[in-house]
Write a protein that binds this ligand. Structure first.
Ligand code: AMP
Ligand code: MN
Ligand code: MN
Ligand code: MN
Length: 296
């Protein structure tokens, strides 16, 4: 099965619109895709409509700030696109992102970089990310590449980094579940943990409701993918994969990039994902139904 379950559009920091992205996925021969924009589900209806012929999963990538320096990304799959609680929550996160972008720009101004908030906001739309600030720096001749802007200024520990409001992972997972989705830990290899620490974290989060791990991601080594698969199997968790495509100027990745790695196992991993999404959707439905009857 040719699947890519981690893709970004202009609804966050990708450079293709949702419909355009779906056309690119079709050109790349994808059979199953998920749109997973950062902290935004507003791109889902357009992508779903344009996905005709490709199986489509509505997703999101939530940014969880566990501690000031530690960011965890959580993928949600199979969400109700119009879920009110999730939509409202994401509007709050988008506001938080605007405030954070202003703090980052203040720091950059103090360093002598003349970036205007309005210009970054125009480039970004509703979800402003550090990627947009990096891109504005590149386009303004203040950095050579997006990666360079991160390495020198925007990554944690660098002079223009600013953290965001705390969001605990339990809360983020519960929110995804109430919206009918499954919760999958994005690119666990990026957490920078030793093997045993990573296993412990995943086990702890599993206890708190984590449904799966993204095993196949461009940032993972073959060894990390084997280790993550082993952890997920022992813990009876879902396993997913995707390219984290954002378009060329942003992060280097191509649609379907993980296909050579996510080979023989993909079909059964995806079957398990479909079953889990159906279960979560049913639970969310029942949760709503009982909340509703409780009011009567
Ligand atoms: P934010 O959501 O504002 O914290 O920005 C994070 C986004 O910046 C990620 O989703 C990536 O797309 C991008 N990013 C983070 N680190 C790097 C890096 N070192 N090089 C290029 N892009 C990065
Ligand atoms: Mn991104
Ligand atoms: Mn991520
Ligand atoms: Mn991503």
């Amino acid at each position: 099965m040719r699947a890519d379950l981690h893709l970004h559009s202009t609804a966050s920091d990708g450079l293709l619109g949702p419909a355009e992205l779906m056309r690119a996925c079709r050109d790349a021969g994808m059979e199953l895709v998920a749109l997973t924009d950062h902290d935004n589900i507003a791109g889902l209806p357009e992508a779903q409509a344009a996905a005709a012929g490709i199986e489509f999963i509505g997703g999101v990538e939530l940014t969880v700030q566990e501690t000031l320096e530690e960011e965890v990304h959580l993928l949600g799959y199979g969400l109700r696109p119009q879920d009110e609680e999730l939509t409202d929550f994401l509007l709050g996160m988008q506001e938080d992102r605007r405030n954070r972008a202003k703090s980052i720009l203040d720091k950059l101004h103090a360093m002598g970089f003349p970036l205007r908030y309005q210009d970054v906001e125009k480039l970004a739309g509703h979800v402003i990310s550090r990627s947009h600030i990096a891109l504005a720096m590149v386009r303004g001749g203040m950095a050579g590449t997006v990666s360079e802007a991160f390495d020198e200024y925007l990554s944690p520990g660098k002079p223009a980094y600013a953290p965001r409001t705390h969001l605990r992972i339990e809360k983020a997972m519960a929110l995804l579940h109430r919206a009918g989705g499954v919760a999958v830990l994005a690119h666990p290899g990026r957490l920078g943990l030793q093997d045993m620490e990573l296993r412990q974290k995943i086990q702890d989060w599993r206890q708190q409701g984590l449904d799966g791990v993204e095993v196949y991601h461009p940032s993972h080594t073959d060894g990390q993918m084997r280790w993550l698969r082993q952890i997920a199997q022992v813990e009876h968790m879902l396993m997913t994969g995707g390219s984290d495509y954002h378009a060329k100027e942003m992060r280097h990745a191509t649609i379907g990039q993980m296909l050579p790695r996510w080979g023989a196992e993909a079909a059964s991993d995806i079957r398990a994902l479909r079953v889990a999404m159906a279960e979560r959707a049913e639970q969310a439905q029942r949760g709503n139904a009982s909340a509703f009857s409780g009011e009567e």
